[in-house]
Design a protein around this ligand. Structure first.
Ligand code: PLP
Length: 392
């Protein structure tokens, strides 16, 4: 049997060997990091060393890293009216989120639904900074105190958002900025201070760590988180109760260190593979649309749709041919509603329904891309013949 080709790295990345080795070693450290004895102190050391590696991936101070169960929890922890900066005590009264955010941001955290607004994006997939500026000016005139959440790169299109320019606009209007960097981390440079974020979310399993671990990271000590979501202990400096997931955290740190080390070469390598993939797609399906292709994207992500093809059918046919890709966001796979990201980009519903996401990673090879392309050619010929009523 031929080997499978995994091209769904934005859904989750295979475990990095470094993460596996660190995780397995940590399984034998039995202490509770809160215990004062030698075993407890050894576990505490592992967690604090891990905090340094995760902080280094985004240029933060280790003490400003709060470990969570993943990106979803980190987003929920960040998005609260009670988030404050400096000596301020008044709560944030409005949450502005870009319309292309992950569902864990779109739901609005701990804000009442009436206080959550969506910010528009342009048809190229980037946030509309003019609209952001206008809305913030209107809120400032009313004495509003907004929190804004904009992702660094979109999980479906891979489009990189103008986050540092957004940060300047947000801060000039007295707002605070949260950035979901779950998809960008490990693929492009991700420095919390350079991008101007006050808070940043990471997820371990997107960078080759085990699933079920992530982090919310503060830019400085001057940012004060709201109360914990999980209460009942003083762990994570009071930000998240519960005995730490030591093996998961250690695996996360090893993946973060490996991702940081391989970033420059990995980025160029993935971009070359992505270009090979897109050249092949264009040759095979000249009328196909690659979303976000006119602007800067992650080096590993292609979202493509060809007229007359339904994404679910393509994904199933590719799977039967040994290739794993996804239709739109993996988190929403299984439901047939067209992607909210493409809807926000004003993509016609028919074209959006055909959108197939192909996402590459550290171990993707040229032969994986070629296997994908031959499977794509096969499935597109069959589907188009069916559409045109010709027996395949
Ligand atoms: N944010 C983005 C942009 C994502 O793509 C995802 C997962 O797909 C998440 C957040 C959620 O992260 P996790 O799976 O760790 O909860």
């Amino acid at each position: 049997m031929t080997e499978r080709v995994y091209l769904d790295w934005n859904a989750t990345a295979p475990l990095r060997p470094q993460a596996r080795a660190a995780l397995v070693a940590a399984l034998d450290v039995c202490g509770n990091p809160s215990s004062v004895h030698a075993e407890g102190r050894a576990a505490r050391r592992l967690v604090e060393d891990a905090r340094e590696h995760v902080a280094a991936l985004v240029g933060a101070a280790p003490k400003n890293v709060v470990f969570t169960s993943g990106g979803t929890e980190a987003n929920m922890l960040a998005l609260s009216p009670a988030i404050t900066a400096g000596t301020e005590t008044a709560p944030r009264d409005r949450l502005l989120v870009s319309a292309i955010e992950h569902p864990s941001v779109l739901v609005g955290g701990r804000f009442p639904p009436s206080a959550v607004e969506r910010l528009p994006v342009a048809s190229d997939g980037r946030n509309d900074l003019g609209a952001l500026q206008e809305r913030l000016a209107a809120l400032a005139a009313e004495g509003g105190r907004p929190l804004i959440s904009i992702m660094l790169a979109n999980n479906e299109t891979g489009v990189i958002q103008p986050v540092s320019r957004a940060a300047a606009i947000v801060h000039a209007a007295g707002g605070l900025l949260h950035v979901d960097a779950v998809q960008a981390a490990g693929k492009i440079p991700c420095d919390i201070k350079l991008m101007g974020a006050d808070l940043l979310t990471l997820s371990g399993h997107k960078i080759g760590a085990p699933k079920g671990v992530g982090a919310l990271i503060k830019a400085t000590d001057a940012v004060h988180l709201a109360g914990p979501l999980i209460k009942g202990g003083g762990q994570e400096r009071g930000a998240r109760a519960g005995t730490e997931n030591v093996p998961g955290i250690v695996g996360f740190a090893a993946a973060a260190a490996a991702a940081l080390e391989s970033l420059p070469q990995g980025r160029a390598r993935m971009a070359a593979l992505r270009d090979r993939l897109e050249a092949g797609l264009k040759a095979a399906s000249p009328s196909a649309t690659i979303f976000g292709a006119t602007v800067e994207r992650l080096p590993n992500t292609t979202l493509v749709s060809a007229p007359g093809m339904k994404a679910e059918t393509v994904v199933i046919a590719l799977d039967l041919d040994g290739v794993a890709a996804s239709s739109g966001a993996a988190c929403s796979s299984g439901k047939v509603a067209p992607s909210h990201v493409l809807a926000a980009m004003s993509v016609p519903t028919d074209l959006a329904r055909g959108a197939v996401r192909v996402s590459l990673g550290a171990t993707t090879s040229e032969s994986d891309i070629d296997r994908f392309l031959s499977a794509w050619i096969k499935v597109s010929r069959t589907l188009l013949k069916e559409r045109d009523g010709i027996a395949a």
